[in-house]
Design a protein around this ligand. Structure first.
Ligand SMILES: Cc1ncc(COP(=O)(O)O)c(C=O)c1O
Length: 445
């Protein structure tokens, strides 16, 4: 590997363009691609396109390959499971890989009690399972969710998703009984208040205006939240936010569901992002990074809560043995290579660098994040905070053309989520380009 990134032909090159034509003819237009990166291969923090360009990957396959692309230990676990058997439906029979993974998840998911895990195939399935489990266990029908949240796109999880109109347009009616409330998004406080003077009004609001006036607490099954909103803009709530939310839920016998699909498996420098607030949710959903990109999801709850009977929920492929083998290897690699420490170390460094860059740059409105889940929110100007969506788009496309792959989230936030294996030299090479491009775009306005 030479000097990275390595752009040999301006992307999209001829091979990519050929594939894009065929994609347009045969693949669903519902996918919202950011730019035409056509991947040929990937290794650790580097992605190579079909025309031979090599990019530093700040996407990690959208927060999926936390241990780096094609980690040899993960690939070897997958290969050796493939030689044994590919499938035998955990819904109807037993195999060890599922039991081993459930045991490991019981160790790493926050909370001291005994835990059980339901396995699905995708983030949205983890949420569907959590919704059904909460209904089953509580015998209640209402839910509280957050504006700006993303929980998936099947009809159940979509009923909770509220980050972009395009995700919901023409799909109504959705699941009834979901009440959306503002999230702790201090940079754009929906109540136009300022932290800490607000004294967490966004939590008191749920109590005073939702539970006391609108959604009787004894009918509310659960509150579902992302500890750090992902698609909504890498939004990090203030320090006591989840303690207060949990207390409110407990006072009313309401379950808490943490959607850690994007923030889990070490992304934020802890196994699960909610640990930054020292809170134990009743149900934890994980997916994306769990099997390094192979399809799997986990809905983990204390054994007391996971009390549903045979036949109440299942999925043919959920807990596929190859995905389980990959997930077991992923958990080992995160431990063996101290990736939580590295995520913290590199994350603190990147946050500092980008914050410094923001001091002199007129379009960087906010820099936030934990570990290697970092958002840089771009604005038209720092006073009016108008989201600079077109500028954010221009930044990611120019970065891509210069060899750094990153995408946006929210309306105008740059989303930095490299593999947790990234080292300082490569991180610096990527940040040099990202900062240079932001400065260039800012000067043109
Ligand atoms: C927080 C969160 N929950 C749920 C999902 C849905 O996951 P999937 O696309 O695997 O269904 C996503 C996907 O981005 C997510 O970020």
């Amino acid at each position: 590997m030479g000097v990275l990134p390595n752009i040999v032909v301006s992307p999209p090159g001829p091979k990519a363009r050929e594939l894009l034509k065929r994609d347009e003819l045969f693949v669903s237009p519902s996918y919202s691609r950011y730019y035409p990166l056509v991947v040929e291969s990937a290794s650790d923090c580097v992605v190579k396109d079909v025309d031979g360009n090599e990019y530093i990957d700040l996407n990690a396959g959208i927060a999926c390959v936390n241990v780096g692309h094609n980690h040899p230990k993960v690939v070897s676990a997958i290969k050796s499971q493939c030689d044994r058997f590919l499938h035998y439906s955990n819904t109807d029979f037993y195999y060890e890989q599922v039991i081993n993974l459930a045991e490991k998840l019981a160790e790493i998911v926050p909370g001291g009690s005994e835990k059980k895990t339901y396995f699905g195939n995708s983030g949205t399935e983890a949420i569907e399972a959590a919704i059904k489990l909460a209904k089953w266990h509580s015998r209640r029908q209402l839910f509280i969710a957050f504006i700006n949240a993303f929980h998936g796109r099947t009809i159940g999880s979509l009923s909770f998703t509220a980050s972009k109109p395009a995700q919901r347009r023409h799909f109504f009616p959705l699941m009834p009984g979901v009440v959306h409330v503002p999230y702790g998004y201090c940079y754009r406080c929906p109540f136009k208040m300022t932290y800490p003077d607000c004294d967490y009004w966004c939590i008191s609001f749920i109590d005073e205006y939702i539970l006391q006036k609108y959604a009787p607490p004894e009918d509310v099954a659960a509150i579902i939240f992302e500890p750090i909103q992902g698609e909504g803009g890498y939004v990090v709530p203030p320090p006591e936010y989840f303690q207060r939310l949990k207390k409110l839920a407990e006072r009313n016998g309401i379950l808490t569901i943490a959607d850690e699909v994007q923030s889990g498996i070490g992304r934020t420098g802890k196994w699960f992002a909610i640990e930054h607030w020292g809170v134990e949710p009743d149900i934890v959903c994980s997916a994306k990074a769990l099997a390094s990109g192979l399809p799997i999801s986990a809905t983990t709850a204390s054994s007391r809560i996971m009390d549903w009977p045979a036949g109440s929920h299942a999925s043919t492929f959920g807990g596929n043995p190859v995905s389980c083998a990959a997930a077991l290897a992923v958990i080992d690699v995160v431990k063996e290579e101290n990736l939580l420490d590295n995520a913290n170390k590199q994350g603190v460094y990147a946050l500092k660098r980008l914050t410094k860059c923001g001091e002199d740059n007129p379009i960087i409105g906010d820099v936030r994040g934990k570990g290697l889940m970092i958002g840089v929110e771009l604005v038209e100007d720092k006073e009016n905070k108008k989201p600079a969506a077109e500028k954010a788009k221009a930044v990611i496309i120019r970065c891509w053309k210069r060899g750094v792959a990153l995408v946006t989230c929210g309306k105008s936030t740059l989303r930095l989520a490299p593999p947790l294996t990234i080292q300082r030299e490569m991180l610096d090479a990527a940040l040099d380009i990202v900062e240079d491009v932001i400065n260039e775009v800012a000067k043109e306005s």
